[in-house]
Design a protein around this ligand. Structure first.
Ligand code: DQA
Length: 138
């Protein structure tokens, strides 16, 4: 089972960015926890702050990997291009968010990915990623 986690803009700052919303763990530390918890999953991690790079990565892995776990962060709410990339590839995509975007500002209630994703997991903190992996193993 080959899965990739793709994180979008500002998620490289996890651990120091608005810890009251996103917690105080870095994603690198959490990723190590996930690798230990799921030793049978070939798990890769990619992060970019650049929309086109995220689209390029989705295209690159999207005909090969068993699944993509995508937290497009702010681009979730704006990017037709990332939504189109998700639609274009064969690998199933789970949209993930750390926070419950529906209890936040109205502009975070819109997602260009949800309509083309296999499913959406949000609001469970970093555990949202764990639940997404489990959904592929299910
Ligand atoms: C986020 C929610 C987005 O609205 C926000 O722009 C992020 C992080 C989350 O994981 O909760 O950067 O995707």
């Amino acid at each position: 089972m080959k899965l990739i986690i793709i994180n979008g803009p500002n998620l490289n700052l996890l651990g120091k960015r608005e810890p009251e919303i996103y917690g105080s763990t870095t994603f690198e530390d959490y990723f190590a926890t996930l690798q230990n918890k799921f030793p049978n999953v070939e798990l890769t991690y990619y992060q970019s702050n650049i929309e086109g790079e995220i689209i390029a990565k989705i295209q690159e892995v999207g005909f090969d990997y068993d699944g993509i776990i995508l937290n497009a962060a702010a681009y979730t709410h704006t990017s037709v291009g990332i939504g189109d990339a998700v639609k274009a590839v064969e690998s199933p995509v789970i949209e993930v968010h750390i926070s419950n975007t529906h209890e936040r500002e109205a502009y975070r209630h819109v997602s260009y990915i949800a309509p083309v994703a296999k499913g959406v997991i949000l609001g469970f903190g970093l555990k949202s990623y764990d639940l997404a992996i489990q959904s592929f193993l299910g």
